[in-house]
Each structure stands twice: as C-alpha cells, then as structure tokens.
Write a protein that binds this ligand. Structure first.
Ligand code: FES
Length: 161
C-alpha cells in the first residue's frame, strides 16, 4: 500500500468489476491492497457490482484468513506455531506475549498498535523459538526476551492521554 497518497475511492477502485462471482476474491485483494483492509463501506458496493448479496461478500471476508476486516496493527507480531518452535517452548512465549499485551492470539491492542497473529513454519527453524515482526525474524527467544520485546512494543504503541 502506498502510504504517501490517499487510496482511490471505492467507486473508482471497483469500476471495472463485472457481475461475476469469480471476481470476488480478486476484488477483495484489490481493496485490501489499497486500504490495508476491507472497510465495511466496501461490502454493499462490491455486492452490487457482483450482483450478489452483502452477506455473500461478508461470508467471503470471514472465510479467507488473509482478508482483513479491520485496519492492520502498526506492528504485527507473528507467533510461529510450527513443531520446532513449540518443542523449544514457544507456547510459553505466546502466553507471555498475551499477558503483557493484554490480548489473545489473533487480536490487536485497543489502540491497534500491536497485533499478535499465528504464523506457520517457513523453514527458519534454526531460529526457533522465533517471532516474526513485520517480516523480520527475532529468535531464538527466551520468555524473558519476549516479555521485554512486548513491553517495548506496547510502550511505543501507546498514545499519551
Ligand atoms: S517451527 Fe517455527 S520456524 Fe519452523
């Protein structure tokens, strides 16, 4: 997503979408590429373009885990659920992150500063147990290091009141 300029309005973005349900996923990806997620206003608009119902569009958004219905967090922590990471104690790391951040796996902090999501093994098991921070690897991590990292990220994301 280009952060230097505003995304095109939804009408323009979907102007060439034809009434064909085969285009639903491609249209959702296009919206997400422009906005970072699929905003609620896009659902009835896309349904009208595809000549289908908002419920069907919403169902697709709910079904495909790669489609976001909320803006992405400022920092996304990926917790690896693969076997090497789990054998080396990643469940304790997950529990520590959840406790420090006050969220569960799959959620973001209230200010949307930090999100915690499950990721799969991508073959970088020599770093197990690891976390992925917006594509960068941190590992092997101890529980203490994970707690320090979560506190640091949480503090950065908090806005002064
Ligand atoms: S199991 Fe976590 S990177 Fe392979």
């Amino acid at each position: 997503m280009d952060t230097a300029s505003a995304p095109p309005d939804l009408e323009s973005l979907l102007a060439d979408v034809k009434p064909d349900s085969a285009g639903l996923l491609a249209a959702l990806h296009r919206i997400q590429a422009a906005y970072g997620y699929v905003p609620p206003a896009a659902i009835p608009l896309l349904a009208a373009r595809l000549d289908t119902t908002p419920a069907k569009v919403f169902g697709a958004i709910s079904f495909y885990s790669e489609i976001r219905s909320q803006p992405p967090p400022q920092v996304s922590i990926g917790w690896c659920s693969g076997p090497a990471c789990r054998l080396k104690g990643s469940d304790n790391i997950r529990r520590a992150l959840e406790a420090v951040l006050g969220i569960s796996l799959g959620q973001s902090t209230a200010d949307n500063g930090v999100g915690l999501r499950l990721v799969q093994c991508d073959g970088t098991c020599t770093l197990a147990p690891l976390l992925r921070l917006d594509g960068r690897y941190r590992g092997p991590l101890s529980v203490g290091e994970a707690i320090r990292l979560a506190r640091e990220l949480k503090t950065k994301g908090e806005t002064p009141t």
